[in-house]
Design a protein around this ligand. Sequence first.
Ligand code: SAM
Length: 223
Amino acid sequence: MHEKLAQCVSRHLSQPFRKPYVQYNRDALDASLAGWDGRAPLILDAGCGVGHSTIQLARSYPDHWVIGVDQSEDRLNRRKPYPEALLPRNMVFVRADLVDYWRLCCDAGLQLARHYILYPNPWPKIGHLGRRWHAHPVFPFVLRLGGVLECRSNWRVYTDEFAVALALASGRDVACEDYEAATPLTPFERKYRDSGQSLYRVICDLDAVVAGASCAMRPDGAV
Ligand SMILES: C[S@@+](CC[C@H](N)C(=O)[O-])C[C@H]1O[C@@H](n2cnc3c(N)ncnc32)[C@H](O)[C@@H]1O
C-alpha cells in the first residue's frame, strides 16, 4: 500500500472539494433520473464500461432503478449481449465524469441502495495515488451516498487500500476478501478469471456504519 495513503485520505475527509461542475454532467444526472419513479431503490454502477454489469444488475434487482455511468461514449455504445427489445427497462446508461456525477448525486440528496465500483482503472504507479478513487478528493462523496458499496479488482493493493480508506472514514474494521467470480459480472472480471488471475473485493454497508461515523460519511455532512 502507498505510504501516503492515510495522510491523503484524511486530508480529503477534512477538506472541502469545490471543483466547478461541467454542464454535461448536470445534464447526465437529469437524464439518469428522468425514468426513475422517485421511489425505487437506486443502484449505481460507477465506471460501468460497456454496461454488461448494469444489465445484469437490472435483471437481478427488477424493483430497483439501475444507473450505469461511464465517461466513455465509445464503451457505452458498444453492442450489448441482448437485443434492444430484451434489455431491462429499469436501467439507464449515461455518459458522465464520476468526479462531478457523484457530487451532483449528493447535492440532489440521493441515497443509494447498492453502489458498485467494478475493476476501476488501477493507476498503479506511485505518483498515481491521487487518481485511485479511494485517494481522490471525491471519495468522501462516494461514502455519503450510502448503501452497500462494493469494489472489485484484480490488483490486491487497490482493494487493500480501498478497505483502509473506508476504515479510516468509518472508524470500523473493513476487510478485503478473495473473490471467486462464478458468474462474471463484467468483461474485465471474465477476462481476469479466465486467465487464472486472483480477484479481490471489498464490501461495506455504509448505512450500517453511518451512525457512528465521521462527518465525512454522514449524508448531511453534519458532525
Ligand atoms: C477498467 S474499466 C472497467 C469497466 C467495467 N467496470 C468492467 O469491469 O468491465 C474502468 C472504466 O472506468 C471508466 N472511468 C474511469 N474514470 C472515469 C470517470 N472519471 N468517470 C466515469 N467513468 C470513468 C472508464 O471509462 C472505464 O470504462
